[in-house]
Design a protein around this ligand. Structure first.
Ligand SMILES: [Zn+2]
Length: 368
């Protein structure tokens, strides 16, 4: 190991703005105790340093930038778990891989077969000293999908995208779609400057809630936002918090200057692609999430059955002190059959059928 380079680069990491000095020193001391350049598994290191993974990840990622670590996209076999390929950049990954041990071809799942690991940078440790690539038993895997949802990753590795030819499947991801009610009228009525400021405030609120709940903003389409989350709980907690903040925002304003949004959430399998130089999703889960959002009324959150029927989600909803829940069945354009959806709102829903929806049952939760 080149100790001089190791120390110089760690000094640089500690000097960056916003660095956690104590953590950087701890990490440096820990790495000194390692005997070879085996893989560094974030889920194994965090407990050793007695910190949460969310604290460790930014330092590891900035450490890649500082030339301390190399980042690996390890492709594992879904059958035997062995390392099949190791890419330094996501752009090198391909949608299908072959495991020689199992003698099978398989489609790579970004949420199951792509593991993110680190090793000491090649300049610090030469390849001859290369160590173990097997994850210690009992250590959780940090998946590609996990990595994509770290704010530090998105800030530092904005250019890490898939090759335009490739698409990776994802077992499941939670998608959020939002849109503002009547923004066209708002621009007409209030004028561009005032309306734009309101729309920008709305983006600030949504973006900060999405970021702080480990979500990724995939894109904006006009005033609409598409974001993804690893779990239903985080997505629902994010949007309930967001709704609370819009309520506060609106309280201080007259009706014309208020923001009302319509929200849809759905979870299912998707395809990860690169579109306009950014990671994006494709597939029927995306279409369904967007269609569900299209049915939402102002100040209403529509959750697909797949999202609502998660134990954690119901706990999050029950912890809100006033929330009406109405199960519905929707006929979604372009998608077969009837789709179970739950409408959440703080206002008591009208009993009348509206927008072609029909209500089957109405339940009021969290009385108090
Ligand atoms: Zn295998």
């Amino acid at each position: 190991m080149n100790r001089g380079l190791f120390e110089t680069r760690f000094d640089a990491l500690a000097q960056r703005r916003g660095a956690d000095h104590q953590l950087v020193a701890q990490l440096q001391a820990y790495l000194m105790t390692r005997e070879d350049n085996g893989r560094i598994y974030p889920y194994a290191v965090a407990p050793k340093l007695n910190i949460h993974l969310d604290q460790l990840m930014p330092e590891l990622l900035h450490g890649v930038n500082a030339g301390i670590f190399d980042l690996h996209w390890d492709i594992r076999c879904p059958h035997c778990g062995r390392l099949v390929s190791d890419y330094r950049h996501l752009e090198e990954a391909s949608q299908s891989e072959y495991c020689q041990m199992c003698a099978v071809n398989y489609d790579v799942d970004f949420a199951a077969n792509v593991e993110v690991t680190f090793s000491m940078n090649d300049d610090i440790y030469d390849d001859d000293a290369f160590g173990d690539v097997e994850r210690p038993e009992g250590v959780q895997m940090l998946t590609g999908l996990d990595m994509m949802h770290y704010p530090a990753f998105r800030n530092i590795f904005r250019d890490e995208v898939l090759s335009r030819r490739e698409q990776l499947k994802i077992t499941a991801v939670t998608l959020l779609f939002t849109d503002i009610t009547g923004s066209t009228q708002m621009y007409e009525k209030l004028g561009d400057t005032v309306a734009y400021n309101i729309v920008r405030d709305h983006f600030d609120i949504l973006f900060s809630e999405i970021e702080s709940h480990n979500g990724v903003i995939i894109k904006t389409i006009g005033d609409a936002v598409m974001a993804s989350f690893r779990s239903n709980e985080e997505a629902v907690r994010c949007i309930l918090n967001g709704m609370g903040r819009f309520e506060e925002y609106n309280q201080e304003r007259d009706l014309d200057h208020q923001v009302r949004i319509k929200i849809g959430l759905h979870r299912g399998p998707a395809i990860l692609v690169t579109l306009n130089e950014r990671l994006d999703y494709f597939g029927s889960t995306v279409n369904k999430a967007a269609r569900i959002q299209g049915f939402a009324q102002s100040d209403q959150i529509l959750l697909s059955q797949e999202v609502y029927e998660t134990a954690g989600v119901q706990q999050v909803i029950e912890s809100e002190n006033k929330m009406y829940i109405r199960p519905m069945s929707l006929d979604l354009k372009g998608l077969e059959g009837q789709h179970g959806v739950y409408a959440l709102s703080r206002n008591e829903p009208e009993p009348a059928v509206s927008q072609g929806l029909f209500s089957q049952l109405r339940a009021r939760l969290g009385l108090g």
